[in-house]
Design a protein around this ligand. Structure first.
Ligand SMILES: C[S@@+](CC[C@H](N)C(=O)[O-])C[C@H]1O[C@@H](n2cnc3c(N)ncnc32)[C@H](O)[C@@H]1O
Ligand code: SF4
Length: 417
């Protein structure tokens, strides 16, 4: 049996796998839910990168126009179920490459604002080729306050191993400096063939020197359905590189904001996954609620067809058992670096110590977490093991979900064991 299955059985106290089913009730129950974030998926890219697992297609202006109409309709379908405007923590626009629908972004944000009061920031993912004065100004005018740029590497050899060309860095740095966003994240991938710890450290310095307030350092993952010419470096090398990244950032006083992100002190955090609950709009978008996890269809045609018929485009729904939901909650809290027993109690109406006292004790004894002012903080050792486990779940769960969903518009069910 796989390590991921054993951990699931142990922590959920059940042999029941995560079962996503097309027959489960797809209605969205979010009116009374606290701490809700929003996510919108824009699936268009200028060209397709071989390493990328996300739901995306080649940009086509006519298709993008129709997609905008469907998105606005989906927002209305879901928003109008509310009896009054709902406060949400944040909005993230991800992709794909949201800037390819630049003129739709304001319309999408305005449509959401009819139903939701966005309390925190609005974030948008950007491909380096999109970053110029005009695009950034338009995003800012639309209300975007945080951006994340998919740099991947500043090293031409590493970029070419990923099948990417070098962008015009001068243009990017100047535009970022001129426009000024509260949070500027730059994504860097590590364990690319040919990459060394020195290249990585120099990339981190380049990012922070040129406008980044945060860096996200993702381990290179070889998804089964990706088309990677060069494979990621070994797990041993990943372990060493993560330790080097951590030490390098600590020496420079950048604080760890999650297992794979580091930020300048006093700056905000760019993270679309560490919310207690979120509502996702668009093709492939996921929705996490108190008792359910849902994903929309990955097929653009399927999505537009469903929405056109006035139906929400959910393809699969998982009805969580209480323990499954607790594990999901703890997984993402640990990824963000802090488990707060009071928040857990408020969310579940149950004590963390009663439910997972033994596991917390074990993690403390093994040096994975430390208790600071009543909260459990992930240690450096804990962060390494979390990184390892997260990659294992990405391979076991996300790879399977996205692979099947990319092939079948509305699968009957997907079972994650
Ligand atoms: C939706 S993607 C990219 C945003 C933007 N479209 C771009 O290409 O710059 C978000 C991030 O996921 C990371 N990513 C994508 N595929 C990955 C892989 N196979 N392994 C590790 N990280 C990956 C990259 O750092 C990427 O910037
Ligand atoms: S990495 Fe970005 S540009 Fe490349 S295919 Fe993925 S979403 Fe598109």
């Amino acid at each position: 049996m796989k390590l991921t299955s054993l951990m699931r059985i142990w922590l959920t106290r059940s042999f029941k796998p995560f079962e996503f089913n097309s027959h489960n009730d797809h209605t969205l129950d979010f009116e009374e839910i606290g701490q809700l974030g929003l996510y919108v998926h824009i699936p268009f890219c200028r060209s397709i990168c071989s390493f990328c697992p996300y739901c995306k297609v080649q940009y086509d202006p006519l298709l993008a126009e129709k997609y905008e109409q469907s998105l606005l309709k989906e927002i209305e379908l879901i928003g109008r179920t509310l009896t009054k405007p709902k406060e949400v923590t944040s909005l993230y626009l991800g992709g794909g490459t949201p800037a390819l629908m630049l003129d739709s972004i304001k319309k999408i944000i305005d449509a959401l604002k009819r139903y939701f009061v966005i309390q925190g920031g609005i974030g948008a993912e950007l491909h380096p080729d999109d970053v110029d004065d005009e695009v950034l100004m338009k995003l800012k005018e639309a209300g975007v306050t945080m951006i994340s740029i998919g740099i991947q590497s500043f090293h031409s050899g590493c970029l070419s191993a990923l099948g990417r060309k070098e962008p015009d860095y001068e243009r990017i740095f100047k535009a970022v400096g001129k426009t000024g966003f509260e949070t500027v994240d730059m994504d860097l991938i590590f364990a690319i063939p040919g990459q060394t710890a020195d290249i990585l450290k120099s990339d981190i310095d380049t990012a922070f020197k040129n406008g980044a307030t945060q860096i996200s350092t993702y381990p290179f993952i070889d998804f089964t359905f990706a088309d990677n010419r060069y494979k990621p470096l070994s797990e041993q090398v990943k372990k060493k590189m993560l330790a080097e990244i951590t030490a390098h950032c600590q020496e420079r006083n950048y604080r760890r904001t999650s297992v794979w992100t580091f930020a300048k002190p006093g700056t905000g955090k760019y993270s679309s996954v560490t919310r207690e609950n979120f509502l996702g709009f668009g093709v492939s978008a996921a929705t996490l609620l108190k008792k359910q996890f849902k994903i929309n269809t990955f097929s653009i045609e399927g999505y537009m067809d469903r929405v056109g018929k006035g139906r929400i485009p959910t393809s699969l729904t998982l009805n969580f058992s209480l323990r499954q939901r607790m594990v999901y909650y703890l997984f993402w809290s640990a990824y963000a670096g802090i488990i707060n027993p009071e928040d857990f109690q408020n969310f579940f109406g149950a004590s963390l110590n009663q439910k997972y006292g033994l596991e917390i004790l074990l993690c403390r004894v093994l040096g994975f977490i430390k208790k600071i002012k009543g909260e459990y903080h992930l240690t450096e050792r804990g962060a390494y093991w979390f990184h390892y486990i997260e990659q294992a779940y990405t391979t076991a769960y996300i790879d399977k979900m996205w692979n099947v969903s990319g092939k079948v518009a509305f699968p009957e069910k997907i079972i994650l064991e």
